[in-house]
Ligand binder design. Sequence first.
Ligand code: S3P
Length: 424
Amino acid sequence: MNLVVNKDFRTLNGQIEIPSDKSLSHRAIIFSSLAKGKSVINNFSKGQDPLSSLNICKNLGIDIEQNNSTITVNSHGKFNKPSSALDCGNSGTTMRLIAGILAGQEFDSVLKGDESLSKRPMKRIVEPLSLMGANIGCDNYHAPLNIRCANLHGINYESAIASAQVKSCVLLAGLFAQGITTYKEIYPSRNHTEIMLSNMGANIICENNLIKIEKSELNPLNINICGDISSAAYFIAAGLIVPDSKIILKNIGLNPTRCGIIEVIKKMGGSIEILDQRNVCGELVGDVKVEYTQDLKGTEIGGEIIPALIDEIPVISLLATQCEGQTIIKDAFDLRNKESDRIKTTVSELKKLGVNIKETADGMIIQGKTKLHGEVEVESYKDHRLAMTLYVAGLICDKEILIKDFEWVNISFPEFLELFEKLK
Ligand code: S3P
């Protein structure tokens, strides 16, 4: 589906609730499938990616009932041999987390994915899992992954990349391994796995940047999933750059390992405020208020903050186009391994709108402030985050733009357009 974005509105105003966090939804359905007994997950995501995780858990023999956004999981505490290949669709999180669990089971299984997922690197998980004794066959470290039954043992692993998917994969394998598994990463990536497993009674200890895990029985989960900061990011950006806007986004997950975008906006001088901070099921949650800010300024983004905003870089680069001066984004090479090569795709599509932006090996350099021009067609590259970034760009273009394959937004955020309409 192609979408035309036009300026049939003046400003964005009002209050909305941001839908469920994708990362937490994956983990909640996968971990509760491993916990003997009844788990209840409230506010489960309607995105296609978490649904891939849910369907795989069903195909692994778990009884899952879905009543709108409430999911009830009745599990006997372990997975059964699936009758066919398990389809992860577009979801890297599904493939990498489930692979960690399947590597240590008493049965063989196959994980497959769509065209984009089949091109994404799996060496990052096949390598540590193999060190643990896993037996995984694949072509050039790409899906499909043929996972054969194996007995795993703990390892001490130091990851050169800060990836929550890799970390979660190894920790989940550690739940089924003999002995202790330890994991260390260069910079802290999102820690939802550690928080949720710990709340479910796993033998897991997190000390500074070292995590230790051992074989564990998990207790059932009862969780209310908060709103996704990565989805909120598009509304936050729109609120800051569409003149006269003022919006409040309710119930947003504010886990510090995910909140890099808020720090960056503060550095840019954007008007952003956190209201009513609270703890919900071990995760920090709050409401976010943003207001149009005319005099944003460019900044430098790199190093330790990158994992805390990795999914927000396309929309942060759009924000940078409305900042006075230069914004440098560096140390973000792994963006090239996402649903699209997000360095290349972001740069090429923003250029079409008249942005002064340059691709670098591990990021981009943006020179602002630029009036974006319309009357162009842009590509989503079947990448949900690029589609949503381009929609926000369309809100400030001088003429309408057309975004190709916009329906890929459904991967994480099917409610996206409806919520924007509410604020117009
Ligand atoms: C995710 C981790 C990140 C992120 C992805 C979701 C997760 O990937 O980009 O959208 O839920 O663990 P990496 O771990 O590969 O950086």
